[in-house]
Write a protein that binds this ligand. Structure first.
Ligand code: NAI
Length: 333
């Protein structure tokens, strides 16, 4: 049976890469039929009709149906997976709190609609920024859906970190594993190489710290580069990351759908229950997770946390607590 997959913000630049990747089977499997539901706002319906035409023109065998709509209730009806890319962009002169406010309403409303119309097994990935806080707001509005079914995207940050280490060592990206992104998808995030390893050409495995042999780089420039990569791409391209964001969304969703490999973990923003690594309860915080074949996930436990890491993990937790509080205040005002 076809999977009903909703992409919000479907007329935008990330969706333009993402939809093709889903439609050709890169995410849910090369033999899995899909019903693609494209949600955007009313002024974007003409643009969206062009995206639908292009999807048809791709003549892909896995796409059973394509639906374009501006109505979240219609979009989410009976859906299996939702990728929430649509969000109010930050405009010139707009303050961070204005962005939070505009998006709080969108994600609260769409959360309510998910609550009423989506399958209870739906898997929801929030991408639109501020992604962690938007994800909290969506899941709060959808109490009938397990909160574990809501995650936010920090895979792009993880992929950026993996690529930085791989290029530094002259190894392919897939040789580097178990890096971690802790916290917020913002410049306070903490890209952590302390538990990561790299496979050399002869198959032997060593820790990234032993292989790089430059602790100052791993605790300095590496972290800054990953934290600020989005801004650096934006400055160069005059547009925010889209191709790499779509690739990361595909990686995140594919791992969620099929499970992570033995002894490997990935990072994603998940709801903190307050019992792991001293992270406060009730925020969506990026952590290392393993995913099972039944799509359930668990946080990797027992990793040692240095004083250096502790400080960075607390800074990003504090920011997330503040963002959540501010967003909830707006909603109740
Ligand atoms: P874009 O501006 O090209 O597209 C956004 C689309 O969302 C537009 O078509 C807009 O009409 C639509 N939209 C706005 N409000 C909506 C609503 N209420 N319902 C449905 N659709 C709505 O933006 P782009 O480049 O595709 O990025 C989308 C979001 O993803 C942004 O918030 C961006 O900051 C975020 N992002 C997050 C990343 C992450 O790693 N978490 C990485 C890159 C981008």
């Amino acid at each position: 049976m076809a999977l009903r997959v909703v992409v919000t913000g479907a007329a935008g630049q990330i969706a333009y890469s993402l939809l093709y990747s889903i439609a050709k089977g890169d995410v849910f499997g090369s033999d899995q039929k899909v019903e693609l539901v494209l949600l955007d706002i009313p002024p974007m319906m003409t643009v969206l009709s062009g995206v639908v035409m292009e999807l048809q023109d791709c003549a892909l065998p896995l796409v059973e149906k394509t639906i374009a709509t501006a109505d979240p209730d219609e979009a989410f009806k009976g859906c299996d997976a939702v990728i929430m890319v649509g969000a109010m962009p930050r405009k010139d002169g707009m303050e961070r709190k204005d962005l939070l406010k505009a998006n709080a309403r969108i994600f609260e409303t769409q959360g309510k609609s998910l609550n009423e119309f989506a399958k209870k097994t739906v898997k929801v990935l929030v991408v639109g920024n501020p992604a962690n806080t938007n994800c909290v707001l969506a899941l709060r509005s959808a109490p009938s859906i397990p909160s574990a079914n809501f995650t936010c995207l920090t895979r792009l940050d993880l992929n950026r970190a993996q690529a930085q280490v791989a290029y530094r060592l002259g190894r392919p990206c897939e040789a580097v594993s178990n890096l971690i992104i802790w916290g917020n998808h913002s410049s306070t995030q903490f890209p952590d190489a302390a538990h990561a390893s790299v496979a050399s050409a002869d198959g032997s495995v060593s820790s990234v710290y032993d292989a790089v042999k430059d602790d100052a780089w791993l605790t300095g420039e590496f972290i800054k580069t990953v934290q600020s990569r989005g801004g650096t791409v934006l400055k160069a391209r005059k547009l925010s990351s889209a191709m790499s964001a779509a690739k990361a969304i595909g990686d995140h969703m594919r791992d969620w759908w099929f499970g992570t490999k033995e002894n490997k973990w990935v990072s994603m923003g998940v709801l903190s229950d307050g019992t792991k690594y001293g992270i406060p309860e009730g925020i969506i915080y990026s952590m290392p997770v393993k995913i099972n074949a039944d799509k359930s996930w668990s946080v990797v436990e027992g990793l040692s946390i240095s004083d250096f890491a502790r400080e960075k993990m607390d800074v990003t937790a504090k920011e997330l607590l503040e963002e959540k509080e501010m967003a909830i205040q707006f909603l109740s005002a």
